[in-house]
Ligand binder design. Structure first.
Ligand code: UDP
Length: 218
């Protein structure tokens, strides 16, 4: 009997954090961890955390009744490229949610999300594809999060905030609450630096740092 195959794409830092969560999730579903591998296009390691590391072509060449991949790479543009490749090869996006994640009401979570331990999503939240919420990050009520958005550890995203596609929010950043009639907007491809306190909209493609957060002048 052929069984499905599950993979964590990226065997580096974040991938190694996601692997134990993936293993626990499969255990809950009664699926053996022998069907769980890493996929990585560059690392020389052949085994990481007891799991084989395959090149993508090896993964595609392994017999399986279905393939499921979690993209555990912090760079959203890399995730988008890999998601496109997986989709066109019929590989399914795999969502991984740590056991202690809190999700309240009315949450729409896009495919391929990775929610690390102690992440919290409260109420009335819409989230796009391949979102990453690293440890201790939260998304509060009435937020809209785009595709390929990345929250590093400890991000505080308060209510009525819109985070557009591909934005990257650094460790410990705090995003001020917006208003129902005028949400605070973090633009597409914007980057919020570690520990920044964002009190107003961030335009697309702009990096902000500091408290209150201001555009980075190099
Ligand atoms: N990677 C890959 N294919 C790609 C891009 C990246 O396999 O097209 C792998 C890369 O070899 C590395 C991991 O993804 O092992 C990304 O790790 P990195 O340390 O850059 O970031 P993080 O783990 O923090 O996301």
């Amino acid at each position: 009997m052929t069984l499905p195959l599950f993979a964590i794409y990226g065997a580096s830092g974040y991938g190694r954090e996601i692997m134990p969560l993936a293993r626990a999730q499969l255990r809950q579903q009664g699926i053996l961890s022998e069907r769980l591998v890493f996929v990585d296009d560059a690392t020389e390691a052949r085994v990481v955390l007891g799991h084989p590391v395959l090149r993508y072509t090896e993964f595609m060449g392994t017999e399986a009744s279905g393939r499921h991949v979690a993209l555990a790479i912090a760079d959203g543009s890399v995730r988008e490229r890999l998601a496109g490749r997986c989709r066109s090869d019929g590989v399914e996006a795999w969502t991984i949610v740590a056991e202690n994640v809190v999700m309240l009401d009315g949450i729409e979570l896009g495919e391929g999300a990775l929610l690390s331990p102690f992440a919290m999503l409260t109420s009335n939240i819409r989230i796009g594809r391949h979102f990453q919420a690293n440890i201790y990050s939260y998304v509060a009520h009435d937020c809209v999060i785009g595709d390929f958005v990345t929250f590093a550890p400890g991000v505080c995203c308060n209510g009525n905030v819109v985070v557009e596609d591909h934005a990257y929010i650094g460790t410990g950043a705090i995003i001020r609450q917006g208003k129902p009639e005028k949400p605070l907007v973090i633009g597409r491809n914007a980057m919020v630096g570690m520990g920044a306190v964002v009190t107003r909209d961030v335009p697309s493609g702009v990096t902000v740092v500091g408290n209150p957060a201001k555009p980075l002048v190099k």
